[in-house]
Design a protein around this ligand. Structure first.
Ligand SMILES: [Zn+2]
Length: 883
């Protein structure tokens, strides 16, 4: 069932012949693949290992292998484990010989906008890494890397591809290789593609494709497939791709294939483009943004040289393709718009991008590392792509254009259709430049760290002209640097000097005839470095400022922790029963919150300290975001700030018991009280958070004053929002436990020892038998009714009735005193400040009950004294608590 493919068998290459039918109704591809393996190793092989990447998308995407046959049609043993398919060969295949296996398999395409998936929105299929592709075998064995979502880890040898793709007629296919024929039958269309020698085969299919085609000066057919609504974008894509094929061809060596295809796709997420041999996929969102579209196409086209023709292990040495390619983008701008535009592009997209990353404290790392070793997608991108491209720019500056491009094209020619390593790249550069560049690559690729460069200069008038003396210094590690120094003079002339600098400080002098107006160290920012101070004094000042800031933060943290601990030790000796919810909660709640907040802000010393702690937490997190950006520090602050605040909360909770009792006496149940507590605490967090943001911005602005790097204002706004949110999250988390404790605190024994100021509910025992109760708020009449009933039933109510006049009907309860009567139902004003005080007065044990500013009632009976005391102390309070 294979078409007769006519080709000259290239003995050194394996050959894939694939027949694929795309079925859009269930998003599958039914495939039959004949793979002619050519053993180019130096040992016999008895197993073939393939990468089956679709299995990384399980369960929505996968490859299901149905059958594997050998040459004579016999079934072969195979095994699929995650993204690896191993086929056991019936016999050993010796070096220089070949063996053919046939695979039948089904590919399920996931519903995902990605380089492998389909987009229902744009009705487009993106089919990269969709079939079993032979893994690379070398002295380390078979290279089967896990699928790398954040970048590429596709590693394969070049091979011959003949791929026939059948799709429903309304679909248009763009693919790797070049079209050798197409035919239609029964509502289906079959495209035949051939590619040789190419490293992989990908295709896209869409109902919405239009195509525009142009030839390059060397007769490469460049095709741009675009969605019909993006005609202008499609044409720009074609122009950029064509320009790049010509430009890179001149700079590095000719593009070796007859066709190159740009396909508009839906890559989703933050993926702008994806490279495959002779085919690149570009995300549709770029087709209205000319500059980004140019940038991405210039990048992905660059990959035809670095990854496509010169292969590399993308997993272990990603710099070798991404670093070089990310630099290539800039060459397009240099050619198309001139060196100034190229400078503008490389400074913003590569250099400042990376500097901002480092300035925010993200970890600088060595470039020559495996993809998985960077710790985050951001780090991978910033180090491999941006730092990587900056290093290539430095290399070009260091060698000069002639040597640089000669070395690049030598590298290309030497490793064309092969796989190169970074060591091969270095070897070529050493050879072509005629100098040993090991120090350069060691310093920039294999070591991490960035020079912190500073300079200071002085100008004197001498006999021959003007004498410029320049001091350079490096803070921290010392790098070996070749630095361009540019001097502009009054007459408008520009002098460029190159100095070597590889110590912590050095002095240089230059003589110019006219009076210098400007002396600029590394004007074009060739050298990778983070800070350029204009004077040593500033550098020292910055350092001192940073040290002061850090020690202040540490001091505040330590003292807060100690303070919190010492009062916490006084701790909680009280624990209690649950309280039930009383009426009028909603009218009391806001007042209780207001009262709590006022208390917290005005009366308690720890309140101020809490706010200060929040200030510290929020300020430090803003600074961490803007300057350091370390996840570890964020977690550390979260834990440290959380612990300090937890201590303070517990202390405050202890001191707040009277207040809490008020809430509970007013009818709050534990969750209401916890809620009140947390909301009061959030107010402190907000006030502290805002103060923290303010001091952080002040500190940051001061730091920026000395810094070379400018961070966009939006970052400051973002940092402030993060800081405030962080503070609030810390406050919520650290307040949960104390809030729960607080809500369970109210017990008679606690009530007993409370002392409250005027205008508060307070119940206190001042002597053995003295209890005092004051209620500042309007409280529900039902309580009094209940209280009276309770007392009547349980105790000798006549005691109460004799001295205090209670009248209790189902509708009203009136508490009468000698001089006054208070209506607790209707006369809501005037119902505050009710006090019932039982007090033993000296030996005579005279008891009186007093209504503050309303009247006094005495009891003169010893038995009554005890009874009242007991009653009030234990039972009324307990009654309140049970209430
Ligand atoms: Zn790339």
């Amino acid at each position: 069932m294979y078409p007769d493919v006519i080709y000259q068998l290239e003995p050194a290459l394996s050959h894939y012949t694939i027949m694929a039918t795309l079925n859009p109704s269930n998003h599958t591809i039914i495939c039959s693949m004949r793979f002619n393996y050519f053993n180019s190793e130096s040992l016999p092989m008895d197993v073939l290992v393939f990468n089956v990447y679709p299995n990384a998308f399980r369960p929505s995407g996968y490859i299901a292998v149905d059958d594997v046959h050998g040459v004579g049609g016999e079934k072969l043993q195979y095994q699929v484990e995650k993204t690896v398919l191993s086929i056991t060969l019936p016999e050993k295949v010796f070096p220089g010989l070949n063996y053919t296996v046939t695979l039948d398999f089904k590919v399920k395409i996931p519903p995902r906008e990605y380089r492998f998936g389909y987009s229902a929105k744009t009705d487009t299929y993106m089919l990269g890494n969709w079939f079993p592709i032979l893994a690379v075998y070398d002295e380390d064995g078979w290279h089967t890397y896990p699928y790398f979502q954040d970048g590429e880890a596709f590693y394969s040898e070049v091979a011959i591809y003949d791929v026939s793709i059948t799709v429903p007629e309304e679909y248009v296919v763009a693919a790797s290789g070049w079209l050798t024929g197409e035919e239609s039958a029964g509502g289906y269309k079959t495209y035949h593609f051939h590619g040789e020698p190419i490293r992989d085969f990908a295709f896209t299919a869409s109902k919405n494709y239009k195509v525009t085609v142009e030839q390059t000066e060397n007769n490469v057919t460049v095709k741009s497939y675009y969605f019909s609504q993006h005609e202008r974008g499609g044409k720009i894509a074609l122009h950029v791709a064509k320009t790049c094929i010509e430009l890179y061809g001149r700079l590095f060596g000719e593009y070796p294939y007859p066709e190159f295809t740009v396909a508009e796709t839906s890559l989703g997420g933050n993926i702008a483009g994806m490279e495959y041999p002779t085919l690149i996929m570009i995300d549709h969102r770029l087709y209205n943004t000319w500059r980004s579209l140019e940038l991405v196409i210039a990048h992905e086209t660059g990959h035809q040289w670095w990854y496509g023709v010169v292969g590399n292990d993308q997993y272990m040495e990603p710099w070798l393709d991404e670093g070089l390619t990310n630099y290539c983008e800039n060459l397009f701008f240099e050619y198309q718009y001139g060196p100034e535009e190229m400078q503008a592009v490389i400074q913003t997209t590569v250099k400042m991008n990376y500097l901002i990353y480092v300035d925010r404290g993200r970890l600088d790392q060595a470039v020559a590392k495996p993809s998985y070793a960077f710790g985050s997608p951001e780090a991978y991108f910033q180090i491999v792509y941006n730092k990587g491209a900056w290093i290539v720019d430095m290399l070009r500056y260091h060698l000069g254009d002639e040597k640089f491009f000669k070395a690049m094209s030598t590298y290309y020619q030497r490793y064309k259709f092969k796989v190169a390593r970074i060591s091969d790249f270095i070897e070529v550069f050493n050879e072509v430049s005629g100098e040993d560049l090991s120090w350069f690559f060691e310093q920039w690729l294999y070591n991490s760290g960035i020079p912190k460069l500073g300079s200071e200069y002085n100008v004197d008038k001498g006999e021959l002209g003007y004498n410029v003396s320049l001091s350079l210094f490096q803070l921290g590690s010392v790098f070996k640097l070749k630095i361009p120094i540019v001097i502009y003079t009054e007459e408008g002339s520009r002098h460029v000097f190159h100095v070597w600098f590889n110590s912590s400080s050095g002095s240089y002098s230059f003589i110019v005839r006219d009076r210098p107006t400007q002396i600029i160290v590394d004007e074009d920012n060739y050298i990778l470095k983070v800070q350029v101070f204009t004077s040593l004094k500033q550098a020292r000042l910055l350092k001192a400022f940073a040290m002061t800031l850090i020690s202040l933060v540490i001091l505040l943290a330590a003292s807060s922790a100690l303070w919190g601990y010492s009062i916490y030790k006084k701790g909680f000796e009280e624990k209690g029963k649950k309280l039930s919810f009383g009426p009028n909660f909603f009218t009391l709640f806001p007042r209780a919150v207001a009262l709590g907040l006022r208390e917290r802000l005005t009366r308690r010393p720890e309140a101020l300290l809490t706010i200060l702690t929040y200030t510290f937490v929020s300020g430090a997190s803003v600074l961490n975001y803007l300057l350091l950006g370390s996840g570890a520090i964020t977690w550390f602050m979260f834990v440290l700030g959380g612990l300090i605040l937890l201590n303070m909360h517990l202390t405050i909770a202890y001191r707040m018991r009277d207040e809490i009792a008020t809430y509970s006496a007013l009818g709050g149940n534990p969750s209401n009280i916890a809620g009140i507590y947390i909301s009061g605490n959030l107010s402190s967090a907000f006030i502290g958070g805002v103060l923290g943001v303010l001091w952080a911005i002040t500190a940051y602005t001061l730091k920026m004053y000395f810094s070379y790097i400018r961070v966009e204002e939006i970052e400051i706004v973002k940092g402030s929002v993060y800081g405030l949110l962080f503070c609030i999250v810390v406050s919520l988390v650290s307040a949960i436990y104390p809030a729960v404790k607080v809500s369970l605190l109210v017990t008679p024994s606690i009530l007993r020892i409370w002392k409250l100021p005027k205008n508060k509910v307070y119940i206190t025992r001042t002597g053995d038998y003295a209890v005092e109760l004051r209620l500042p708020f309007r409280f529900p009449i039902e309580w009094f009714k209940d209280l009276v009933t309770y007392v009547r039933e349980k105790y000798n109510s006549s005691i109460w009735m004799r001295n205090l006049k209670w009248e209790c009907t189902p509708e009203t309860a009136i508490l009468s005193f000698d001089r006054d009567t208070i209506d607790l139902v209707s006369g809501r004003e005037g119902t505050c400040n009710v006090s019932i005080i039982a007090k033993r007065v000296g030996e005579s044990a005279e008891w009186f009950m007093k209504v503050q500013s309303k009247g006094t009632i005495y009891a003169r009976n010893e038995r009554i004294v005890h009874q009242v005391a007991d009653l009030v102390r234990k039972d009324i309070l307990e009654w309140f608590c049970l209430k």
